[in-house]
Design a protein around this ligand. Structure first.
Ligand code: UDP
Length: 254
């Protein structure tokens, strides 16, 4: 797979910082981040570009957990809004996240990063079931662990799944990749005068409906004092820079 005109170029690792205070992190990306310029599904050059970003961090020795959403394929809420029974629609959404996880696994392994996809819904022919101790062991062996099928329960989101697994895996922070370089007081795409926060508390996010993650995910992070770092996925080398404490981002903290 190769880059195309729609995808930023891959980072030149020689120019990137090499030090980080993070030992183990959770990277949460939405399903929509994988669809690139398309309106739906997976765009292979975009998946490959994100995989290279992950590799730059893996090369620093950081242990990486990933959760990828499913919104590029199916969202339970959309299905139920169209009359589908909600729990069935949510299971379809969870299955969509498994497809995305497999796509990311393939892209990472193509560039030499060993991975395991671990699903909250057992599907033995496709990936491993979730067993916490086994997942920890994979991380210790420097495999990127991609947690698929969300929490395995309807009425949740992959933001909550990322927060849950980050706590279980004792991650030091959740890195939430978005289209913009942090949390703003209003949508910076629509409002040029939107103000970006360097830091914001969990309670401010909840009270002001700042849209970082859904409320259950924010509350779970707050109750376990797990920082959320919101950054732009569109900045080549951005993830590695932010892990080294450089670049522009917002930290959500207590
Ligand atoms: N989902 C679920 N339980 C979970 C995680 C996800 O039911 O623990 C379903 C839900 O229907 C959701 C869909 O999977 O809409 C896709 O996940 P999400 O909307 O979080 O994806 P993203 O917006 O990050 O792409």
């Amino acid at each position: 797979m190769a880059d195309d005109a729609h995808t930023p170029t891959s980072p030149d690792t020689a120019d990137l910082p090499s030090q980080t205070r993070f030992h183990r992190v959770m990277l949460k990306i939405s399903g929509e981040a994988l669809m690139g310029p398309q309106g739906f599904g997976l765009h292979p050059p975009t998946v490959e570009r994100i995989a290279r970003e992950v590799k730059t961090v893996h090369d620093m020795g950081v242990e990486i957990c990933m959760v990828i959403g499913g919104g590029n394929i199916f969202r339970g809420l959309q299905g139920s809004a169209q009359g589908m029974e909600r729990t069935t629609a949510d299971y379809m959404g969870m299955l969509a996240t498994v497809m995305n996880a497999l796509g990311m696994q393939a892209a990472l392994e193509q560039i030499g990063v060993f991975t395991r996809v671990i699903s909250a819904i057992p599907m033995d022919q496709v990936c491993e079931p979730y067993i916490r101790r086994r997942a920890v062991r994979h991380l210790e062996k420097k495999r990127v662990v991609i947690f698929a099928a969300g929490t395995g329960n309807p009425y949740f989101t992959t933001d909550t799944a990322a927060t849950l697994r980050a706590n279980e895996m004792a991650c030091q922070a959740i890195f939430k990749g978005t289209k913009v370089d942090g949390v703003y007081d209003k949508d910076p795409v629509k409002f040029p005068d939107a103000k970006r926060f360097d830091k914001v508390t969990y309670d401010e996010v909840l009270a002001q409906h700042l849209g970082v993650m859904d409320a259950s995910a924010i509350a779970l992070a707050r109750d376990n004092n797990l920082p959320i770092i919101v950054f732009s996925l569109d900045e080549p080398g951005g993830l590695r820079g932010i892990l080294a404490g450089e670049g522009t981002y917002t930290t959500v903290h207590s």
